[in-house]
Design a binder for this molecule. Sequence first.
Ligand code: UGA
Length: 441
Amino acid sequence: TVVDPLRISVIGTGYLGATHAVCMAELGFEVIGVDVDPGKIKRLTAGEVPFFEPGLEELLRKNLESGRLSFTTSLADAASAADVHFVCVGTPQHPESNSADMRYVDAAVSGLIAGGLRPGSLVVGKSTVPAGTAARLAAWLSEQAPGVELAWNPEFLREGFAVDDTLRPDRLVFGVAPGGNAEATLHRVYASVIAAGTPVVTVDYPTAELVKVAANAFLATKISFINAMAEVCEVTGADVTHLSKAISYDTRIGGRFLHAGLGFGGGCLPKDIRAFQARATELGAGQAVAFLAEVDAINLRRRTRTVTLATEALGGDVTGKKVAVLGAAFKPNSDDIRDSPALAVADTLRKAGATVAVYDPAAIPNAQRAYPEIIYADNAVDAATGAHIVLHLTEWTEFRELAPNALTAVVAARTIIDGRNTLNPAQWRAAGWTYHALGRP
Ligand code: UGA
């Protein structure tokens, strides 16, 4: 295969950037990944992925060995070494305003400018940003680095499927300014992905920025819709899992992201819907997305409902009771605990006076750093030993396959709350357990 001589830099090596850097090398490019955290760069250089992502480490090692992939803490090296620079840094929620904190994006661009971007090179934003960011950065570049173009190419990968989503995305979105070479350059970068049949939507900057937040807002709304139906199921005696299945046969509705339970968390959906509201309000369109406040509220009420269910099952007072929590990551196949519904519930019960023991197949080290007061167990049986209630809060396959009898002998009381609706109620009840769930009798 002929390797395209384009050289690529990827700024930020978190869940998004590390995956993007590895996948760009896999496509045949010479890639340099940059991060301000020397610990991360050291581990990546040693062939170690600093987070849990199935399949990524093998691909990292393969591409380090090929010599196409390297990592550095020097943004200046990347600025001068590459033709295309992907900005993949975080845009976390601002603690006071709910809007996206742009300091890392701005630092990446100013570092690239200071490092001596070459005329003719392209800066490509991938981070999720408020509408108007690309235009602002393009103006900044044209002043400080004449001849350097900017494009916006939002990323839609899911944690846990990051490699596949990057190499075989549902679509590519290219946000570009009229004229210039950005669109042609992006077609070169993604040539093999496009050749495999991936649709490309080429748009202006604000549309590209909005596609990303609109997609996440829609997904969050779908989850909160079914969780709102779960609330109504709870007061009518209906079963939301059957309701969801029945409406999903209508192909206009579909069944994906219609799984009722403890709701969404993670580093994206919650903060993105809040930042979207903040930005739309600034621009005078707050009313158009006011429903997202309700989406957020429905989502957070599921956490409260789970705490209430547990408290009631424990006789109205959790003080001195032992609670076993299965799951800490915000979703299975991830070690990410950002805005994890499972840990939010665990910590609320701990603060109310319960002794809480958590087990998760991958997220314990991260959970331990963020919630040091919680007790952590090495497996589900250890977590459940002596427990007055078991809460299933992240739906790892390991928990679905757990036989109730594995826990029966060690618990103090056979009560389980299935916060994700993936356990088999009949199986747990047959084993003598009191089984509660969200949105089902
Ligand atoms: C999400 C989007 O799915 C990606 O397309 C997007 O690129 C990414 O955010 C981002 O903006 O970077 P991710 O945060 O990895 O990806 O997680 P999802 O798989 O979307 O799950 C989000 C949350 O929704 C999880 O807590 C999950 O447990 C919950 N969920 C999902 C439900 O409660 N019910 C469902 O039916 C589906």
